[in-house]
Design a protein around this ligand. Sequence first.
Ligand code: HSE
Length: 453
Amino acid sequence: MSDAEKGSVGVGLIGLGTIGTGVVKVLKQNADVIQQRLGFPLELVRVSDLDLETDRGVDLDGVTFDADSEALINDPDVDIVVELIGGFDVARRLILQSFEARKHVVTANKALLALHGAEIFGKAAQQGVDIAFEASVGGGIPILRSVREGLAANHIEALYGILNGTTNYVLTEMEATGEAFDVVLKRAQQLGYAEADPAVDVDGIDAAHKLTLLAGMSFGAQLTHKEVSTEGIRGLLPVDFEAAREMGYRIKLLGIAKLHRDGGRQRLEARVHPTLIPRSSLLANVDGVMNAVVVIGDAVGETLFYGPGAGEMPTASAVVADLMEIAREIRRGTAGRVAPLSYLPEVLERKPLVPLGELFGRFYLRFTALDRSGVLGHLTGVLGENEIGIESILQKGQGEAAQSESGGATGSVPVCVLTHPTREAAVRSALERIDELPDVTAPTRLLRIEERF
Ligand code: HSE
């Protein structure tokens, strides 16, 4: 039966996990508003999952439910396939099979798109079908749609995002309670926001996946997450939060992307790392598992998007919004004509990346050094030889507590320094020498600072 003849647009859902269950709930609970907005119903016609036993607390009301995802893809009543199994190989195969079968696809699979985006977007364009992935970045925040449509008239200059709820929760709690990293991470995992492998959150990889998609869409850049310079939140100590507070900052894991236009030459800055940002900024006050993204466009100026970055219903809200957009296009006969990354495929290009050594700004340095006279002189001497000025210096604590916190040898204490603006390359070469000094008992921690908020 053709779409025009059918009363509804049919949805097939692969993966009935947390988000998939949320999608079933939203389609059911909000069927009225969905129909009022579309003018026709969005009908869940088929679900597949390998686990047919677990009670998810949703009634599938006679919807076909089995483990046969290929039959789902080829079911003539399915117009749009929702891929929510995550992971790489199987998800990639099912998405490509859906395109072959001329089915549109909605996915939340940021990891897959951040690595195989070029192939997947290219195949969708070849087959004349849509792929939508709003839920893959910022959970329920409509950030991709906003960049693609609401800000489409702008040259985007920069974006700064708190893109991972788990790490934002850990940082918020470490600062508020003074508890150690491991203790707080365990609590975050219990809350159910963490990825199956928490290292993907903690080491900044999940944020890098999301930044890759955002930067691709904002700057027309072909990029994989492997090119994004990525550093996680392991090794941060309560003393870092204390020192940052005294210096007027909070610590957030930021995804940062900027486009450098030097004459006709464009270069991309793309990095994820814990960052000190001014305490008074809006972004610094995004706490717990919430996400937020600042997008700066040449016409609009600075915009801020805030909301729940994870969770069953917020993420399902984004998936169903994608379904509605594609369903509307199917009805208008325009499906498959919107470029997934907003830019036309022929103008997407790889852009050289700006090396971290070129970054210019203030830096926070936590040295771990023996608590004896003359040590400060040795540290500041090497910084001075590299023309790095010091704005403030804090020596936190004495004795056993400070020593065990800083991870250095007996008698060590953390010494926290805020530099004047300088190049990262200069700081790196100073640290190479400082970490060799006999007074210094553990590697120095460098944190970057972003002042523009
Ligand atoms: N693990 C992710 C987070 C889930 O903590 O933000 C949403 O992508």
